[in-house]
Design a protein around this ligand. Sequence first.
Ligand SMILES: C[S@@+](CC[C@H](N)C(=O)[O-])C[C@H]1O[C@@H](n2cnc3c(N)ncnc32)[C@H](O)[C@@H]1O
Length: 217
Amino acid sequence: MPDFVLTEKERTQQDDRPDRTFYREPRLVQHVDEQFRERLTDLYREHLGAGDDVLDLMSSWVSHLPDELGLGRVAGHGMNEEELAANDRLAEYFVQDLNETPGLPLETGAFDAVLCAVSVQYLRHPGQVFAEVARVLRPGGILIVSFSNRMFAQKAIRAWRTASGPGRLQLVERYFESVEAFQKPTTVSENPFVPPTRRFMGGAPDPFYAAHARTQG
Ligand SMILES: C[S@@+](CC[C@H](N)C(=O)[O-])C[C@H]1O[C@@H](n2cnc3c(N)ncnc32)[C@H](O)[C@@H]1O
């Protein structure tokens, strides 16, 4: 199925070697600061329920899920097996390059929630991947996409690299809107003003952006 959400130019990466080369070595690091991670966990707390079946798409060794929340099936997906094996929230996982194969090897209507944390900027065929996410969600299930301003620039798509924070939110809204099965997305944009003195002393906190929507029904 062709993906019309982005042009060929918009989906280019500076490093156009296969993504599996870039993700061969595990990175057991945090990709965003503590404040961002706590905010993301709160967002999950707000939208996930006890017993939900959850897919953590584009995951690694951390899932940001609230510790106290008892979930049903927790499946993970990523690019590096060692990272996923170290993620103690995942009961199962699979490794797959979504830029090569956007189809998910998962049953239709299997999940209540799909999460995609600080990773959407690497998708070259987001329309196809979002359509697949809608397929594996139950009616009324939710996709929560979050991001900040950090990225592996050489692997982020051109449309992302050349946009600002609000432009990136609009891009993610476009991804949702390209799939009829999703309701209108809700966006979150929290980019606190940091006085220059604090920026100088300790660095600014990572801005928090998210977009989420439920499937129809
Ligand atoms: C910055 S890490 C974020 C990991 C994790 N979600 C987190 O919050 O720490 C980016 C992740 O995007 C995923 N990723 C990048 N390129 C991908 C591709 N072509 N196909 C599938 N997943 C990809 C990998 O799982 C990688 O770990």
